[in-house]
Write a protein of this length. Structure first.
Length: 254
């Protein structure tokens, strides 16, 4: 069946993938790229390079919608937002500049090991210890490192920044909402030239399906983040971070 020249049978699986990935990312502040890449490459047989191209373009749309949804749900800490924004963009631009001389794939496995450890710690903390909320102290350096790794390593803003802010004791729903909102500006600054060279033709078909699914799921992910308790958020983030990092380690070194 075709609508406006687009085969719905072709894009339907991508709509479902985009919806599922954004539900997780919007609620927990991470994993959109990991989930969409995994499902496209593993289940649908999309070439890895093409899958990565689609994800970067789609995130320009999904992070914008997710940020607006979190704003309307009251999940954004304005002070934390601006403390992350400028360092994050600077880190992303530095990462783009040095990408030609530093192999992001060399750094990635060690970052994944670190994130897997953080995920397990968050899981244990959520299960065994009542979370004590307090203002995060180390924000600007974290934004700088998160932006750099996201650009030079091909991803990592959500897992790196969200997990470390949670370790510092920041309120989980505010962390998820704020990190998601800042990610729009980070993704836009890093991907502007990439999206320009990608061409308008890539918006049609499967990429459009991912955009539709991701945008449709964004409000539900923001509502979930608003209503999850801090304890449940720590447990869910710990599980998501541990599983996705373990998968990344397995695919890299397995």
């Amino acid at each position: 069946m075709e609508v406006f020249g687009i085969d719905l049978g072709v894009i339907a699986p991508f709509i479902l993938i985009g919806f599922a990935a954004q539900m997780v990312d919007g609620a927990l502040g991470m994993a959109f790229g990991v989930i969409t890449n995994t499902l496209m490459v593993g289940l649908l047989g999309v070439p890895p390079a093409l899958a990565s191209q689609r994800v970067h373009l789609v995130e320009c749309f999904t992070t914008a919608t997710s940020g607006i949804s979190h704003l309307l749900s009251g999940n954004i800490d304005k002070v934390l937002f601006f403390r992350l924004l400028i360092p994050g963009i600077i880190g992303g631009l530095i990462g783009s500049y040095v990408l030609a001389s530093i192999d992001g794939d060399t750094i990635k496995p060690f970052v994944l090991l670190y994130l897997a450890g953080i995920g397990l710690w968050l899981l244990v903390r959520g299960l065994l210890y009542p979370p004590k909320l307090r203002q995060a102290r180390y924000v600007a350096p974290l934004g700088l490192v998160g932006g750099f790794l996201d650009s030079a390593g091909g991803g990592g803003w959500g897992p790196v920044v969200t997990s470390n802010l949670l370790v510092q004791g920041a309120e989980p729903r505010k962390v998820v909402g704020t990190v998601n909102s800042v990610e729009f500006f980070l993704t836009l600054s890093i991907s502007a030239s990439f999206a320009y060279h990608l061409g308008i033709s890539h918006i049609a078909g499967p990429t459009l399906g991912l955009i539709i699914g991701g945008i449709a799921a964004a409000p539900f992910g923001a509502l979930a983040a608003k209503h999850f308790s801090p304890k449940l958020m720590l447990i869910l983030v710990g599980i998501a971070l541990s599983v996705t990092s373990a998968y990344g380690i397995w695919t890299t070194w397995g």
